[in-house]
Ligand binder design. Structure first.
Ligand SMILES: CC(C)(COP(=O)(O)OP(=O)(O)OC[C@H]1O[C@@H](n2cnc3c(N)ncnc32)[C@H](O)[C@@H]1OP(=O)(O)O)[C@@H](O)C(=O)NCCC(=O)NCCS
Length: 177
């Protein structure tokens, strides 16, 4: 572990490691915390609630994939996120393109660079597997996060989740090497 500066204080850094199935419950709790304030004014609240329940349930195939990471500090999970060579449902795959998947940071750790560190781990592994471009289906709230990582918006799309058309933004970034 290394230390890093946050505001005027120095704090212990978190560790990034591969997730596994045993993390399911705690990853679910990170997802629920990250999406607790998610709202889409003007949309059907009940359907959005159902969609958020689906989004915040532990992503078991990703947890088993060996390409999904968690950030951990003193045994507590702060954030999760990873990538897959296969596209998520509703997205057409392209050769040589990987897909960022299910990034979330616990609400009380947002904005401290944890999500960025999980992206760095994902990028490193994807590059080692021959991937040269990463795509992501971003929530409206996360567009600024992905933009700050160098992703560019390609256009809006709706993702069908639990009978709800979740508005999203398709983003992409060519990785350097
Ligand atoms: C999106 C999310 C994962 C970002 O995680 P995070 O740990 O807070 O992000 P970081 O602290 O690593 O931020 C990295 C950069 O993105 C920027 N950023 C992150 N969230 C931002 C926000 N909501 N608004 C503006 N900028 C933001 C940070 O300022 C930082 O920029 P910098 O490094 O140039 O200063 C987190 O906010 C989250 O869980 N959101 C809710 C769930 C969600 O929508 N997930 C996306 C699924 S596609």
């Amino acid at each position: 572990m290394k230390s890093h500066r946050w505001g005027t204080e120095w704090a212990l850094d978190w560790a990034v490691r591969l997730a596994n199935e045993a993390d399911a419950e705690r990853v679910g709790s990170v997802l629920r915390s990250a999406y607790a304030r998610f709202d889409l004014p003007g949309h059907d609240r009940d359907r959005l609630t159902d969609a958020l329940a689906a989004i915040t349930s532990p992503p078991l195939p990703l947890l088993r994939s060996g390409r999904y990471f968690v950030a951990e500090l003193d045994g507590e999970l702060l954030a999760c996120g990873g990538w897959s060579p296969d596209p998520p449902p509703s997205v057409a795959g392209r050769p040589g393109v990987g897909h960022l998947r299910h990034f979330a940071t616990r609400a009380d750790w947002a904005g401290r660079g944890v999500g960025r560190s999980l992206h760095a781990a994902s990028e490193r592994q994807a590059l080692a597997e021959g991937i040269r471009r990463l795509d992501v289906v971003s929530t409206p709230d996360a567009v600024t996060f992905y933009s700050s990582l160098g992703f560019e918006p390609l256009g809006p799309m709706d993702i069908p989740i639990a009978g709800f058309a979740m508005p999203a933004i398709y983003m992409s970034r060519r990785m350097a090497r």
